[in-house]
Design a protein around this ligand. Structure first.
Ligand code: MTE
Length: 309
């Protein structure tokens, strides 16, 4: 299965380029609320009360909320960019449990409320670079995944972490089509999962995750292509061997396990040298590791990143 590369949708320029705070509030009151109103988790604006973490924020202007919530990849709710905002409105995100199991000494099932109490919530502004060569800048809310993993006490032989989305074709109509091997599965090496940048994410732009952005809990790994950032996670499994991910299964020559953003290694069908920031007209050069090389390049020292793409 292939991504639907539709650059035309990325080329929208009619809107003001960046959301000022006023614009953001206005958008929140109007179009951007679509998915939020329907989400049972929704309460009040800014309800998560996360503290901005100045150590983890890029200075690039943030992508307007309206774009963040209407231009999505969430194949469980359809393969067009606008499908998830329209089809995920009734998605039930409470109650929600996340099973953490596998090569751990203390396997545990966490209720969403328990997860929210595990560590202080932070706001971090990260770039998200999709493999389709578009990107956004989003103020996410969450805490490092390692805070959760440390609770279950990984065993010495745990080398990888598998992240698995909900399987529920009644709620997720896209799962009735075999576009991917459901449920959506991704994986990380344990040291990548434990890296301080890897964010267990429960919100964006001050509030809970809109359904279309992976409510109620997802992962964000800013130096990797966006498809690694699994949405609506229900299971996290620590393993000794490298998990086979949904995208590796769908197209092994196109989607590798590492999926580090790398302008020097093209996707077989298109260049990865440049990207279109959603809202921009011109493309910009893509940065190695999506601009996070100082923090993460050492994880891959000695590895041939052409082979380990
Ligand atoms: N997670 C699930 N479960 N299903 C998906 O289709 N798409 C991925 C990722 N996580 C996807 C997913 C891709 S390709 C991208 S680019 C990001 O989610 C998009 O996240 P966003 O919609 O919040 O920008």
């Amino acid at each position: 299965m292939r991504f639907n590369l539709n650059l035309k949708e990325c080329e929208v320029t009619s809107r003001a380029l960046w959301a000022s705070r006023r614009d953001f509030l206005r958008q929140t009151m109007t179009a951007g609320l679509g998915g939020w109103i329907a989400a049972p988790l929704v309460a009040k604006a800014g309800s998560l009360g996360a503290k901005p973490n100045p150590a983890f924020r890029v200075s690039d202007p943030t992508t307007p909320l309206e774009k963040v919530t209407t231009y999505n990849n969430f194949y469980e709710f359809g393969t067009s960019k606008e499908d998830p905002a329209q089809q995920a409105t009734d998605f039930k995100v409470r109650p929600w449990k996340v099973v953490v199991e596998g090569e751990v000494n203390k396997p545990q099932t966490f209720d969403l409320d328990d997860i929210l109490k595990l560590a202080p919530l932070e706001e971090r502004i990260y770039r998200l670079r999709c493999v389709e060569a578009w990107s956004m800048v989003i103020p996410w809310i969450g805490f490092p995944l390692k805070e959760l993993l440390n609770r279950v006490d990984p065993r010495g032989n745990a080398k990888f972490v598998e992240l698995i989305s909900l399987m529920d074709p009644d709620q997720m109509p896209g799962q009735k089509n075999a576009v991917l091997d459901w449920p959506y599965r991704e994986g990380l090496r344990l040291d990548e999962a434990m890296h301080p940048l890897t964010l267990l994410t429960v919100g964006l732009y001050g509030d809970v995750l809109p359904n279309q952005n992976g409510a109620p809990v997802r992962i964000v790994i800013p130096w990797k292509y966006g498809f690694k950032s699994v949405k609506s996670i229900v299971r996290i499994r620590l393993t000794e061997t490298m998990p086979v991910t949904s995208w590796m299964k769908a197209g092994p020559s196109e989607y590798g396990f590492y999926a580090n953003v790398n302008p020097a290694v093209d996707h077989p069908r298109w260049s990865q040298a440049k990207e279109r920031r959603i809202g921009d007209f011109l493309k910009r050069p893509t940065l190695p590791f999506n601009g996070y090389a100082d923090q993460v390049a050492s994880l891959y020292s000695g590895m041939d990143l052409t082979k380990n793409f």
